[in-house]
Design a protein around this ligand. Structure first.
Ligand SMILES: [Zn+2]
Length: 257
């Protein structure tokens, strides 16, 4: 009797989680209304430089993400003028749970669950609408941390955790990372070699049909870099140098329009 009850409860919980995930996916890849992305800035290194940078952030600093999605979606025939709107939220009082580099599958699953609970705890701001996609951006002073941990975006839970640099001159590349992780939350996959960083051909090229093939003029958003040759690549400075390739567009549901 007790065992049956426990199994029933477990099945109901699994059913609810699966339904929520399915509904999230359906509502974020239909592209028939604006998708709201909430950016939650956080002080990643606890420094005064980063605190001052976060204090000075304005929603306009993220405008290039909106125009990137608008321009690229329209190229694929998406009808709405503003497919993605970015809203800036106050800084949460606690940092998201850290993901230890080299974690195994089970550890990543556990981290992902903890991060979903963290998002639930911190991302509801009184008086502000709840954004379906939540991107937690941990800023670091580049003088203290010239390199930062990997950023992540998860379709399950619609959450991004981005590591970015606390300096105006890096706003352009920070926005590329935020756009990349937002793309993950709506189903896009990486299109670069995880060991070398080399964009994969053809999906990771901005213009795979271009002749001569090198140098590529644009980076593909899920490759992150612009291929200069088959083994050299360059980081673009702003989203103006980035495109959404056909494969990514298919993954996020843009080509059904
Ligand atoms: Zn990625």
């Amino acid at each position: 009797m007790w065992k049956k009850f426990r199994i029933t409860v477990l099945l109901v919980v699994l059913g609810v989680v699966a339904t929520v995930t399915w509904l999230d996916k359906a509502s974020t890849t239909s592209w028939d209304r604006t998708l709201w992305v909430g950016v939650f800035p956080l002080n990643g290194d606890g420094s005064d430089v980063t605190a001052r940078y976060i204090d000075g952030l304005k929603v306009e600093d993220f405008a290039s993400i909106e125009s990137f999605f608008a321009q690229e979606a329209s190229r694929y025939g998406v009808k709405i003028a503003t497919p993605v709107r970015v809203d800036l939220y106050p800084s949460p009082h606690e940092l998201p749970p850290p993901l230890v580099p080299g974690s195994n599958g089970l550890q990543v699953a556990w981290w992902s669950l903890k991060t979903r609970l963290y998002a639930r705890r911190t991302a509801d701001v009184p008086g502000r609408p709840r954004s379906p996609i939540r991107v937690f951006v941990l800023y670091h002073d580049p003088k203290v941390s010239p390199s930062v941990p990997h950023s992540l975006g998860m379709q399950k839970g619609l959450i991004g955790v981005v590591h970015a640099f606390a300096t105006q001159s890096m706003n352009g590349s920070n926005n590329i990372v935020i756009a990349h992780e937002t793309m993950h939350t709506v189903g896009a996959t990486d299109k670069y070699d995880l060991d070398t960083g080399t964009p994969k051909y053809p999906g990771g090229y901005g213009e795979p049909e271009r002749s001569p093939r090198f140098p590529q003029r644009y980076a593909e958003i899920m490759a992150g870099q612009r291929a200069l040759s088959d083994h050299e690549q360059e980081m673009p400075e702003t989203l103006r140098d980035v495109l959404v390739g056909t494969q990514t567009a298919e993954e996020i549901g843009w080509t059904r329009h």
